[in-house]
Design a protein around this ligand. Structure first.
Ligand SMILES: O=P(O)(O)O[C@@H]1C[C@H](O)[C@@H](CO)O1
Ligand SMILES: Nc1nc2[nH]cnc2c(=O)[nH]1
Length: 265
């Protein structure tokens, strides 16, 4: 399997090696961010990961402070067109947000999923409690029309089912438990809120199941048929690794509730 460490040119061009599974290494990444933008600005309540074509969400942040990934020692770089590669700190409608303009896709980082999910752990250490993820995906539900929006209600995380989980390897328990439930990973309250807002604004919005493939090739017709048969609604190449890591972090503060929910289902 791939080396878990990230060798990245950091601020000032210094090569810097970090292990995305190591809590102390991520504390160092966070310390560098705070040093560069200031501790107060670096604090956020809501984290937003912008998918392909959704970078303009970051442009709508008010009073923005922008920190390019290239200036953060240990942060990976993004190569995907339309992913700018900036952390944007500021507010949206009075809420403190930290926006990632650019995410890391496993297919561009040798299937190193822990590295690709590193920003989620960084957001957690910056105080973020709510994570909004977005992506551009291929719709396969017969209900969908081109350009429709889908709220993810559950996922099929194909790489993880084949052993490529961001949680494989040494588990630093300061991030959470070894075994992580992903039941209820996509918050029902927020999903309902989004549906209500869409209805009020006459927008087409569906809930559905998202499949993450390893990519970068798109699916063959037979593969699309396979996923339709198992109940998938949309196909993409991202998101699930971030949600899984976020879920582990959330479990840190709700272990008993999570376990209880799991046993009930
Ligand atoms: O970051 P997202 O998931 O929006 O990127 C999309 C999905 C694939 O990674 C790539 C090809 O469609 O763009
Ligand atoms: N895996 C996958 N990702 C996509 N991103 C945009 N369209 C698609 C698609 O059809 N399949």
């Amino acid at each position: 399997m791939e080396n878990n460490n990230a060798q990245v040119a950091g601020a000032g061009g210094n090569a810097h090696t970090i292990d995305p599974r190591n809590y102390d290494d991520l504390l160092a990444v966070v310390a560098s961010i705070k040093e560069q933008v200031g501790s107060e600005i670096a604090h956020g309540e809501i984290g937003i990961i912008c998918g392909s074509g959704l970078g303009p969400i970051g442009d709508s942040v008010e009073n923005p402070t922008i920190l390019p990934y290239a200036k953060i020692p240990g942060f990976p770089v993004t190569h995907v067109v339309g992913h700018k590669g900036n952390l944007v700190f500021g507010t949206i409608r009075g809420k403190r947000v930290v926006c990632l303009q650019g995410r890391f896709h496993p297919y561009e980082h040798n299937m190193n999923l822990a590295l690709c999910a590193l920003p989620v752990r960084v957001l957690h250490l910056l105080g973020v409690k709510t994570l909004i993820v977005s992506n551009a995906a291929g719709g396969i539900s017969s209900k969908f029309q081109y350009g429709d929006l889908m709220i993810i209600k559950d996922h099929i995380f194909l790489p993880a089912l084949a052993g490529f989980s961001p949680l494989v390897g040494v588990n630093d328990s300061r991030f959470g438990e070894r075994f992580v439930s992903v039941h209820d990973a996509y918050d029902k309250t927020y999903r309902n809120l989004a549906t209500q807002i869409a209805q009020r604004n006459n927008m087409r919005l569906f809930e559905g199941v998202y499949v993450m493939s390893g990519g970068p090739q798109y699916e063959s017709p037979a593969e699309v048929q396979l996923f339709k048969t198992v109940g998938a609604d949309a196909l993409g190449m991202s998101t699930c690794h971030e949600v899984t890591v976020a879920r582990q972090l959330r479990n840190q503060s709700s272990r008993i509730l999570t376990h209880h929910q799991y046993r009930q289902s």
